[in-house]
Design a protein around this ligand. Sequence first.
Ligand code: ADP
Ligand code: ADP
Length: 218
Amino acid sequence: MPVYIVLLGPPGAGKGTQAEVISQNLELPHISSGDIFRENLKRQTDLGKKASEYMDRGELVPDDLTIAMIQERLSRPDCLEGALLDGFPRTIPQAEALAVMLAGFNGKVESVPYINVPEDVLIERLTGRWTCRDQGHVFHEKYNPPKIAGLCDFDGSELYQREDDKAETVIRRIRVYLEQTSPLIAYHRQASLLQEIDGTKTIERVSADVLAVLPKRK
Ligand code: ADP
Ligand code: ADP
């Protein structure tokens, strides 16, 4: 049976950073909805252009577009054994659609690590974040600097600051999270899937804490 894990947490909590480690450890593909939208924008697809109107404002892309995009991605052969979802679902209707979708693949969400970080820390993390052009690897100018300034440790591509990581848009995104995404905490808790993790610790410590609550695969 395929294994699906959902990483939950506010923007800047460390979902993408942790997904890299967990994905390698559990041998599951890392599916980031934000990365897929940004790749689409780079290729100038209709989906990418449409999504960027919302992303630039710090708002959520409409559910129908987002759900269709994830359904297509999870149908690909690399997801036959499951996936690690980062940034999806972000609304209750998305979570409901995911459950239906996964039932169609004979699977379900097995665990939801919720990386909890207070708002003031999030702002500092996002405004200091540098992202790699090629594959979306993330660094932080103070907490996780690249070995060579301006270049990605993993693929050598250029690092840039995302347009939506400027302070004004970050504050908007946190508000959107509180209004539209945070209800998923209670939703998953009720289903006994939520595992709360203190995301203020070091990257290594958070990785260990997340791995400790996840099902072992091999
Ligand atoms: P998310 O995917 O949840 O938005 P990221 O993984 O992109 O979060 O992390 C946001 C920023 O915070 C990045 O610059 C990253 O390097 C940094 N970061 C991630 N985890 C930690 C941590 N535990 N301590 C300090 N900085 C962190
Ligand atoms: P972060 O890593 O800071 O949490 P993401 O890269 O996950 O940010 O998302 C960036 C933007 O992409 C969001 O602000 C939103 O506009 C859009 N987005 C990503 N995932 C979703 C989703 N599941 N539903 C709606 N919009 C999304």
